[in-house]
Design a protein around this ligand. Structure first.
Ligand SMILES: [Zn+2]
Length: 196
């Protein structure tokens, strides 16, 4: 079945919602979210195996899939991109998992688009896993959770995440990128969750 998606945040829209409830309050520097898949079915299973089953090579494969579609998904804004930045894990979670799934995705995208991969975005605190949280808690959870510790940024940054749900994480990360000098942020995600 064809699903209409929000032009700005890629959220699937139901026929009785002509306006998207997710992104109407997002701050303007975050231009848009572009996601390759909906977060469901086999893709959801595959991503769980990467994140919670330690299947790093599967994550690299998903990165190649995302990279092969990146230019089409970002479209004519590709020319404005200056670098690719992954959503980071907090260092304690990185230690547990051994790798950051978003870094695997971002590395493949950066190679494909011939852009520098910048890893100056850091997560300042170990936020609780969002899976079990309601919408309001997710926003509170990640506000101010990120900081930029790399060289000053400029132009448009392509921020890469594995799954965008409410947008709370990518908004909080975008704010850190804008503070560091980025003019705008475009989010490229492997998957877009329909709703919380
Ligand atoms: Zn939207």
């Amino acid at each position: 079945m064809f699903t209409r998606r929000c032009q700005r945040c890629d959220r699937p829209l139901t026929s009785d919602h002509s306006r998207c409830p997710d992104c109407s309050s997002w701050p303007p520097p975050l231009v848009q979210v572009r996601a390759l898949y909906l977060y469901e079915g086999p893709l959801r299973t595959a991503l769980h195996r990467v994140k919670y089953g330690g299947e790093r090579r599967r994550g690299e494969f998903l990165g190649e899939l995302l990279a092969s579609s990146a230019e089409v998904l970002v479209g004519n804004q590709c020319a404005a991109l200056r670098c690719v930045v992954p959503i980071p894990l907090h260092h304690t979670r990185l230690r547990e998992r051994g790798f950051n799934q978003s870094s695997l995705l971002a590395a493949a995208v950066a190679r494909k688009l011939a852009l520098p991969l910048e890893d100056g975005l850091v997560r300042l605190r170990a936020t609780a896993t969002q899976v079990s949280q309601d919408r309001a808690a997710r926003w509170e959870n990640v506000a101010g959770a990120f900081a930029w510790v790399g060289q000053p940024l400029e132009g448009t940054v392509l921020l890469v995440d594995d799954v965008v749900t409410t947008g709370a994480t990518v908004i909080a990360a975008s704010e850190a990128l804008i503070t560091a000098g980025a003019r705008a942020v475009i989010v490229l995600a492997l998957a877009r969750a329909a709703a919380v």
